[in-house]
Design a protein around this ligand. Structure first.
Ligand code: 6PG
Length: 267
């Protein structure tokens, strides 16, 4: 995107984004679960369905456990369709699998019909085959088959890496230039335990009605500060800064990621 377009998109997105800051990860997870329940209830009331993309990594575990316990009765799980933003190319039972974590913490505990759980088939023979298969599943679900079309998810949850990646969109990755595919194979940087992955692309994420970032841990403070204080520079360094959705962008942070950052004193 040209700088002018980025600036326009960013101005639009900044007016819609909001920042929720909590004392710690438990409080953040509670606050986010409350917002997710609200979004789910509204979407189901309006259209009888709620399409939610789950984040991977470890931060969302507490959130998923809360949704399965304290918030279980607040959402009609039979109307929720679950998707993933990214997946490591390991079996779905592997401890490094994003599906495995969500299954243990949430999906095995709520009455979501099996057909509503759209697992990324990242254990297929190759990451490219997995990416093509998942994109086909998404296109069939949304009934969108033209090359120029993109799905509009009700809610996409995203984590944040200390290098500024989100989903499996890593700094300097060719995946950041993808303009038409919905799902692509990537190789994570050498310091990551599981390198072959598949990920949703920026055009898909930026079509969402709502994008909720969740981040906890002081190791993420530098990226958070850059995204909020020097966003133009951040967009050249951190993929998370390129998340400028046409819908609402909300950040769920805790004090470990914001303490001492003056621009957050306003929140
Ligand atoms: C993944 C995630 C990734 C994750 C961040 C944060 O597959 O690794 O999708 O984007 O959200 O790396 O991970 P933590 O929550 O473990 O810090």
């Amino acid at each position: 995107m040209t700088n002018k377009l980025i600036a326009e998109a960013q101005a639009k997105s900044m007016t819609k984004q909001n920042v929720h800051i909590f004392a710690d990860l438990d409080a953040l997870s509670q606050g986010m679960a409350h917002e997710i329940a609200k979004q789910a209830q509204a979407a189901i009331a309006e259209r009888g369905i709620f399409t939610m993309v789950l984040a991977g990594g470890s931060t969302p575990r507490k959130l998923y456990e809360l949704l399965a316990k304290e918030f279980q009765t607040q959402i009609d799980w039979t109307k929720v369709h679950f998707f993933w933003g990214d997946e490591r190319c390991v079996p779905p039972t592997d401890s490094d699998s994003n599906f495995a974590m969500a299954w243990q913490a949430l999906l095995s505990k709520v009455p979501a019909p099996k057909k509503n759980v759209h697992r990324m088939p990242a254990d297929l023979a190759t990451p490219e085959q997995a990416a093509l298969a998942y994109e086909k599943e998404l296109r069939d679900f949304f009934e969108l088959f033209s090359v120029k079309s993109f799905p509009i998810f009700d809610l996409i949850l995203l984590g944040l890496g200390e290098d500024g990646h989100t989903a499996s969109l890593f700094p300097d990755s060719p995946a950041l230039e993808e303009k038409t595919r919905w799902v692509v194979p990537v190789i994570a940087p050498a310091n990551y335990k599981v390198r072959p992955r598949i990920t949703l692309t920026l055009p898909v994420i930026n079509q969402a009605e709502h994008v909720f970032f969740l981040a906890s841990g002081k190791e993420k403070k530098k990226v958070i500060e850059s995204i909020f204080k020097t966003s133009d520079l951040a967009q050249t360094l951190f993929p998370a800064a390129l998340i400028l959705p046409q819908g609402q962008l909300a950040w769920f942070l805790d004090h470990s990621t914001t303490e001492g950052i003056d621009s957050f004193s306003l929140f």
